[in-house]
Ligand binder design. Structure first.
Ligand code: ZN
Length: 328
């Protein structure tokens, strides 16, 4: 993803940087954070969700253990199989194509798992599973950047699968349909730009525009780099304000608000191709990874920097956001 200049305090590049000097991130302190809206309608307050963070952390460990997972390499293929293997019995679709890049052609494969709901409309949750081609051969494993996002979606599949059937009858979840998308080719192959980034989501947004899916999406939430033990999710102002506020309200309900929105800025990520087409989007990201973001896109992005508690915080919050969206 890419940070852009914002206000007086500069927010500098992140995913955009190739092999140049270490990325830096400065954020502006968020000044106006709205308080949570009043609780959901009378008597309908559901129990607060709690994902199995230990299991999600184990997924992160296993995904990271594959090593470098850039588009088209053998580890990437192994991870594709790993994801699919964890979605047995679910409704799974592929969005596969060949991307033409400055480094040549690469196979790209977005993996979509659909959990049908009783309400008309779709909530999409996305996270990328690729690592950077330009970091190949450096030992880069992307535990947080790529690993945590893959893992949280796998855990969501468990949660949604449970909520769906309960009695094993395979009935729909009580609310909107939820689609989980493991996105591919989020990272640049060389240097972040409009044409060298977001390969998978640019393709998927175009496809969903043509087939009418975009019109059915009530909210699209991207999760990226949510495993940092020192979790401070920025308010990425590139997104729908009401959805960003709703996420904060969900965090407040869970008592997690101190991990949200202390800083804000504009960050480019997988939500962009959808946002540009009018879909309400939010990018949940902690792009302050180590002092001055020093672990980002370096071989230091390893499991020892992460914590199950951070997956718990981010995971519960977005699941509660889904429940709040269901009630709208
Ligand atoms: Zn990245």
């Amino acid at each position: 993803m890419l940070l852009s200049l914002f206000g007086l305090v500069a927010i500098l590049s992140a995913c955009s940087r190739g092999t140049d000097a270490g990325p830096k991130a400065f954020f502006q302190v968020a000044s106006q954070i709205k308080t949570a809206p009043s609780p959901s309608p009378e008597g309908t307050v559901a129990p607060l969700p709690h994902i199995d963070a230990k299991r999600a952390f184990q997924y992160t460990r296993e995904v990271t253990a594959f090593g470098e997972r850039y588009m088209g390499n053998e580890n990437h293929k192994k991870l594709e199989r790993y994801i699919i293997d964890h979605l047995k019995g679910d409704q799974v679709e592929d969005d596969a194509f060949t991307a033409d890049t400055v480094e040549g052609k690469f196979p790209v494969r977005n993996i979509i798992a659909k959990f049908p709901g009783t309400k008309d409309g779709i909530i999409v949750i996305m996270g990328h599973y690729d690592t950077n081609y330009w970091l190949r051969g450096t030992g880069y494993v992307g535990a947080n950047d790529g690993g945590s996002s893959t893992a949280i979606l796998l855990e969501y599949a468990n949660q949604l699968r449970g909520a769906k059937s309960g009695d094993g009858s395979g009935k729909k979840r009580d609310g909107y349909s939820v689609w989980l998308v493991w996105t591919d080719g989020e990272e640049a192959v060389k240097t972040w730009s409009d044409t060298d980034s977001l390969y998978g989501t640019r393709h998927l947004a175009e496809k969903w525009e043509k087939d009418g899916t975009l019109k059915k999406i009530k909210a699209l939430i991207v999760m990226d780099m949510i495993g940092d033990a020192d979790l401070d999710i920025q308010r990425n102002t590139s997104g729908a304000a009401w959805l960003l506020d709703l996420i904060y309200a969900a965090a407040e309900r869970l008592g997690y608000q101190s991990h949200f929105y202390a800083m804000q800025g504009s960050i480019e990520d997988d939500h962009l191709p959808f946002m540009k087409r009018g879909v309400p989007t939010a990018d949940v990201i902690d792009l302050d990874y180590g002092y001055n973001n020093v672990f980002h896109h370096t071989p230091q992005d390893t499991m020892d920097k992460l914590s199950p508690n951070s997956l718990q915080i981010a995971g519960d919050t977005i699941l509660e956001t889904v429940h709040m969206l269901d009630q709208r």
